[in-house]
Write a protein that binds this ligand. Structure first.
Ligand code: ADP
Length: 561
């Protein structure tokens, strides 16, 4: 009975093997095949698959001795059959393949770890080994342990993929990236230098034509005004182009400072006062009474955001009014630092923006009415810059607009604030812009550029101050004695001794006299120098060039505080 059962079981297993054959080989078996032939054919079938598998396939026993490998491995080691590979140790393989000792140790250590722990190692980028021609070849390898039916480790199987070409491509890409980065750095240096070289004469044109508008009358005054406005337009365009360049290089300047919001909004309004007047528009500023008086944040960027939006509002409005609103959405009072979110609205009664354009206008060079149509001037970069700045400051921007009725740009931005003064801000704002009348300061201007020298000295002397000029750092050091100047305007980028070194010597000269002459540093390289702290440069304030009348008034007021 027992024998019959085992015979039956044996027959069932044979049948199963025959079925298995059909299943694996994928074709009907020849009935004349013996059992041994079937087993051999199945085994050959698998061996062939492994033999021709792409990549390098190999397997070792539990003592880390080679058992088998595919064609690629045999070719690499110049072996003609698997039997020659069988029985090789890592040392034998090293000698056969001309591998380095260190590299071989690495492979062996990896394999021994797998055999010891029974854990796979996947996708390891390995040290290079020489190929048939002695050239270094890099592999990405995975090795897994092999187990018997009782879960004992009986060896390992590995597959290594040749990634040499990929490595070369990666290296080439890395080199290309380095070259591109270097050329972008050079380009950026070139643009910065160019902008510096352009800004100085341009600032001279603006400032001197501004002086002329004050001195001339009638038609000549109009000519001087046009000269000044054209200069300002050029300077703005230059600033915008530079800003785009910086934004593209992810070099967004975010320099925090304390500022009076009302003063800033008045400044924005002031910038557009002549064009508002010319277009017979009305412009008003509405500041909510809960707005903190002094904010701490990115003043320069806020100024650019608001003046860009107001500039558009003025440009695209022919009749009606423009309103700048500011109100806090939330004032959060913390122990050390108060935070607020200010919502700004720039409202106009202009041509409006069609719905389908509301997103697109934030992209570079997008204009609803292109300038070749000649209706409105522009370059389509203002809102792109505004959007980037708003995002960099952690804020939001949106538009509400109806065609032919007007547009409202709503910007929310977070700030810190120190005090919560809700006085009559407007009157205090105006007073901060005024330098006390009859105040004549003894000012030392340290500037090497003749146009900037003329411009600054004319500007400051027209404000009633007494000017002394130094054309170099060395000359400034010679001229300076404690107490003989009330204020110094110091160009940072001087040839020879730089502005910060001059300021340092001035501070040393003052040390024994316990005097302090405020130094206002002027720079054309805003991105680098404005990131530094004034105290590190021995100056009181750092300001970007060019110097305008409003800026000069404000700086003097601030420096003399
Ligand atoms: P620019 O004004 O120099 O063309 P901007 O990026 O500032 O560039 O604006 C892009 C476009 O968005 C403008 O050309 C204009 O078509 C539209 N736009 C912006 N602001 C307004 C506005 N207040 N009213 C109507 N259209 C506007």
């Amino acid at each position: 009975m027992k024998n019959m059962l085992s015979d039956n079981t044996f027959c069932e297993q044979i049948d199963e093997l025959f079925d298995h054959y059909d299943h694996i080989i994928g074709k009907q078996r020849n009935d004349n095949l013996t059992l041994l032939e079937i087993v051999k054919q199945i085994s050959n079938y698998y061996e062939d698959i492994i033999y021709y598998l792409p990549g390098h396939v190999y397997w070792f026993n539990q003592d880390c001795i080679a058992v088998g490998a595919n064609k690629n491995v045999l070719d690499q080691l110049q072996l003609s059959s698997i039997d020659e590979f069988k029985g090789m140790s890592y040392e034998d393989i090293r000698q056969r393949g001309g591998w380095g000792i260190e590299e071989t140790e690495f492979f062996k250590k990896q394999s021994l770890e797998i055999l010891r722990l029974g854990q796979a190692s996947i996708n390891i980028e390995e040290p290079s080994i020489p190929n048939l021609y002695g050239n270094p070849t890099f592999f990405l390898s995975s090795r897994v342990p092999l187990f018997d039916n009782h879960k004992n480790i009986i060896g390992l199987v590995g597959i290594s993929i040749d990634i040499t070409k990929l490595r070369h491509t990666q290296d080439e890409l890395r080199i290309a990236k380095e070259i591109a980065e270097q050329s972008s750095r050079l380009k950026s240096e070139f643009v910065t230098n160019m902008s510096h070289d352009l800004k100085t004469p341009l600032a001279g044109i603006i400032s001197l034509s501004e002086l002329l508008t004050e001195r001339l009358q009638g038609e000549e005054q109009e000519i001087a005004k046009t000269l000044m406005l054209s200069g300002k337009q050029l300077l703005n365009l230059l600033e915008d182009c530079l800003q785009i360049f910086k934004l593209e290089a992810n070099n967004v300047l975010l320099n925090e400072e304390k500022f009076n919001l009302t003063v800033l909004l008045e400044e924005v309004k002031q910038t557009f006062s002549s064009i508002i007047l010319a277009k017979k528009l009305k412009m008003s500023i509405l500041i909510d009474e809960n707005c903190p008086a002094l904010l701490i944040g990115n003043r320069t960027e806020l100024y650019r955001i608001l003046s860009n939006l107001v500039s558009n509002a003025v440009k695209f409005t022919d009749t009606g009014f423009i309103t700048i609103q500011a109100k806090p959405l939330a004032n959060l009072v913390h122990e050390n630092q108060n935070q607020t979110i200010i919502q700004f609205k720039i409202i106009d009664t202009g041509i409006g923006i069609p719905d389908e354009w509301k997103h697109a206008i934030f992209e570079q060079f997008t204009r609803i009415t292109p300038s070749y149509k000649g209706i409105y001037e522009g370059h389509g970069i203002g809102l792109y810059i505004v959007n980037k700045f708003v995002k960099a400051m952690g804020g939001t921007i949106k538009i509400e607009s109806k065609e032919s009725e007007g547009s409202t740009f709503i910007v929310t931005l977070p700030f810190k604030y120190e005090s919560h003064i809700v006085t009559d801000e407007k009157s205090s704002a105006v007073s901060t812009l005024e330098t006390p009348k009859n105040l004549s300061l003894r000012i030392l201007i340290v500037e090497d550029n003749p146009v900037a020298q003329l411009m600054q000295s004319k500007l400051l002397s027209s404000m009633g101050h007494q000017i002394t000029l130094a054309s170099s750092g060395e000359e400034a050091v010679d001229l300076f004695s404690p107490g003989i100047f009330d204020l110094i305007f110091m160009d940072l980028g001087l040839p020879g001794m730089q502005g910060d070194a001059v300021s340092h010597i001035i501070r040393q000269k003052e040390a024994s006299h316990s005097t302090h002459t405020p130094i206002i540093a002027l720079t054309a390289h805003i991105s680098d120098e404005m990131k530094r702290k004034p105290a590190d440069m021995s100056v009181d304030l750092i300001c970007s060039k060019p110097l305008s009348r409003e800026k000069a008034k404000q700086l003097i007021q601030q420096a003399l505080k």
